[in-house]
Design a binder for this molecule. Structure first.
Ligand code: GSH
Length: 212
């Protein structure tokens, strides 16, 4: 969604309930996961493959022109499946004890990203400098969720990594990122935490009670 928005592509979104995936969705999504992109009669799946496809067919190019930089961008996007569990382990858990352990473990993954940002050869605010790119699009949704929980949990994790913190703040301030989720996103996210029995849901409960 971030890539589509950054490129100002006209698109339609169909949201599905992942608890009750419709048959039509299961027929087009080989892994039963979102997102999928339908282009006329063709269906693409996997966020990276979709983002790369969009970058090839729709201007402006979000990948760097320089092949070395482009390869590094791809490599840091490939790092996502290693990185994101380090953050989500902090809040996708049923006990404070596991959260405390995850907070202790997370700096390793964040330190790698801090080094990447140090070595990227620009001052930001985004991964490649002034223009949002595919690496930004990959990481933003994960920072969005983590930072929302962290506004209550206050782990201090991002604060230990100033370049990561500045990057994540820039992504959250970006209108492309902000508009990539529905208005009720945080409400739905909180509900989802509660439904899945994650203890951090209780951090949001007072607010929910006050609104009722
Ligand atoms: N590597 C996939 C991961 C997709 C993914 O895990 N999507 C989640 C939602 S963000 C999902 O569909 N979860 C449902 C499930 O795993 O059953 C991609 O980047 O597209």
């Amino acid at each position: 969604m971030i890539v589509l928005r950054a490129k100002k592509v006209k698109f339609e979104v169909t949201y599905i309930n992942l608890q009750q995936r419709p048959d039509w969705f299961m027929e087009i999504s080989p892994r039963g996961k979102v997102p999928v992109l339908k282009v006329n009669d063709e269906v693409l799946f996997e966020s990276n493959a979709i983002a790369e496809y969009l970058d090839e067919v729709v201007e402006p190019r979000l990948h760097p022109e320089d092949p070395i930089k482009r390869a590094r961008n791809r490599a840091w996007t490939d790092y996502l499946p290693d990185f994101t569990p380090a953050l989500s382990a902090v809040y996708y858990t049923k006990s404070r004890k596991v959260t405390a352990e995850a907070i202790k473990a997370a700096p390793d993954a964040l330190a790698k990203l801090e080094t990447a940002l140090k070595e990227r050869g620009n001052k930001g605010p985004y991964f490649n400098g002034k223009k949002i790119c595919l690496v930004d699009a990959g990481y933003a949704p994960f920072f969005q969720r983590f930072m929302y929980v962290d506004s209550k949990l206050k782990t201090g994790l991002l604060e230990q990594f100033p370049l990561v913190k500045a990057w994540a703040d820039a992504l959250m301030a970006s209108s492309v990122v902000k508009g990539s989720v529905v208005d009720t996103f945080y409400e739905e996210f909180e509900k989802n935490l509660k439904r899945r029995g994650f203890w951090v849901a209780e951090l949001f409960e007072n607010k929910a009670a006050a609104a009722e």
